[in-house]
Ligand binder design. Structure first.
Ligand SMILES: [Mn+2]
Length: 353
C-alpha cells in the first residue's frame, strides 16, 4: 500500500492570516489531494503539529481546514493516523489535553489519534508511532523505543545534531543513537528537511516564516512494499529573497512578476546607481506583494566590540547571531542563539493580523 505522510502542517499559523490559509489551500487542493488521487492513496500518516497554537484556534482557520482538508479526506474515503506534536498539546508536561482530541472529534471514522506509543501494521511494514515525548510519557516512550517490535519509527522528535532551520543545528534534545536499531526513523518537528544515518526529518510541507524561504518543501509518499519514499515538491512558495547587486545584474529587464503574491526581501549588496534601485523597488511595489523588506548595510549601528568583517547583514537573525558571537561571556552562545531564534519566531507569529 501507499501512505501519504504529512507533518507540521500548523493549521492557523501566523494568527490565522488569510495569506497562509490560502497558501495551505493551494498545497492541499493543487498538490496533496491530486497526487493522492493519482495513486489511489487511502491512508494518511500525520507526524504531529497539525494545529499551530498550543492553547487556542481561530474559527475561521478551523472552518477553512475542515473545508480544504478534513472534508476532502472524508469525501475520498481516506483515513488518517496522527500523533500529537508539541504544538498540539496544551501543557508542556503532558499530552493529555490537546487540540487533536478537542477539534478532530467529528471525524472519528476518518481520524485515528494515537496518544500512546503504538506499533501500526501497514501491510508488511510495522511502524512504531511515538507521540510527542514529554515528562508524563517519557518512561513509557523510552521502554517502547527499547522494546517495541517495529521496523520503522514515525515520531515528532527533538534530536540533537539536526538542523532546526537551515544553518542552525539543535544542540539540545535526545541522542539519536537510541533509535539505531530501527531501519528508518521519520520525524516531524524541525521544519527544514535533513537526513543523517537512519534519521529523516521530513520538514514542513509549506512555507511559514522567512527562514523557510528558498528551502524546498515536500510531502512524502511511502510505499510499504518497496519501503521507498517518494518526495513530492510543493511548488507554492510565498517568501522571495533577492540579492541586489547592480554591478553584476541588469535590473531594467528583471522580471518582477515573480514577486506577485509574495513576501519580498531585497538584500542590498551593491547599489551604485540610486535611480536604477528606486525604479526596481517601484516595479516590485507595483506587483500585488504582501510585504516588502529592504535590508541595507547598517555599518553605523555597529557596537565597538563587534568585528565588522565577520558580520553578515542578510537578516535580523544573523545580525543578532553576530552580536552574540562578539559578546564576551562564558555562557553557552549556541544556547543564547537558539533562545533568541525562538523569541524572534514567536514575535514574528504575532506580526500579521
Ligand atoms: Mn512544527
Amino acid at each position: 500500500m501507499k501512505i501519504a505522510i504529512l507533518n507540521d502542517t500548523h493549521c492557523g499559523i501566523r494568527n490565522s492570516s488569510e495569506i497562509f490559509l490560502a497558501n495551505a489551500e493551494d498545497f492541499y487542493s493543487k498538490i496533496f489531494f491530486p497526487e493522492c488521487d493519482k495513486r489511489d492513496i487511502k491512508q494518511i500518516l500525520h507526524l504531529g503539529d497539525y494545529y499551530d497554537h498550543r492553547k487556542f484556534i481561530n474559527f475561521k482557520a478551523l472552518n477553512h481546514n475542515r473545508r480544504v482538508f478534513l472534508d476532502q479526506v472524508r469525501k475520498r474515503g481516506m483515513s488518517m493516523d496522527i500523533i500529537p506534536g508539541n504544538h498540539d498539546t496544551y501543557f508542556k508536561n503532558t499530552n493529555e489535553l490537546n487540540s487533536l482530541k478537542e477539534c478532530l472529534g467529528h471525524y472519528m471514522n476518518e481520524v485515528h489519534i494515537i496518544m500512546e506509543p503504538t506499533v501500526m501494521k501497514y501491510d508488511s511494514l510495522k511502524i512504531g508511532l511515538v507521540p510527542w515525548i514529554c515528562n508524563d510519557n517519557y518512561d513509557q516512550c523510552m521502554t517502547f523505543i527499547k522494546e517495541c517490535q517495529a521496523d520503522w519509527i514515525g515520531a515528532h522528535l527533538e534530536l540533537t545534531g539536526f538542523e532546526m532551520m537551515r544553518g542552525i543545528t539543535n544542540v539540545h534534545g535526545m541522542n539519536p543513537k537510541i533509535f539505531k536499531r530501527f531501519e528508518m526513523v521519520l520525524s516531524g518537528h524541525f521544519h527544514t528537511s535533513s537526513r543523517k544515518d537512519n534519521i529523516w526529518y521530513l520538514g514542513n510541507p509549506m512555507e511559514f516564516f522567512w527562514n523557510d524561504a528558498h528551502d524546498p518543501k515536500y510531502f512524502h509518499i511511502l510505499d510499504t512494499e518497496t519501503r521507498e519514499i517518494e518526495r513530492i515538491r510543493n511548488p507554492h512558495t510565498i517568501f522571495e529573497k533577492v540579492l541586489y547587486d547592480d554591478e553584476k545584474n541588469d535590473y531594467s529587464t528583471f522580471d518582477v512578476t515573480k514577486f506577485n503574491k509574495k513576501f519580498v526581501k531585497v538584500i542590498v549588496i551593491n547599489k551604485t546607481d540610486p535611480f536604477t534601485f528606486d525604479r526596481f523597488i517601484d516595479n516590485i511595489q507595483n506587483q500585488e506583494i504582501y510585504e516588502l523588506k529592504i535590508a541595507e548595510n547598517f555599518n553605523e549601528f555597529m557596537g565597538t566590540n563587534v568585528e565588522e568583517e565577520n558580520m553578515n547583514f542578510e537578516d535580523t537573525a544573523e545580525i543578532v547571531d553576530s552580536y552574540i558571537e562578539a559578546v564576551d561571556t562564558d555562557l553557552d552562545k549556541n544556547k543564547i542563539k537558539v533562545q533568541m531564534r525562538e523569541l524572534m519566531t514567536e514575535a514574528q507569529a504575532t506580526e500579521i493580523a
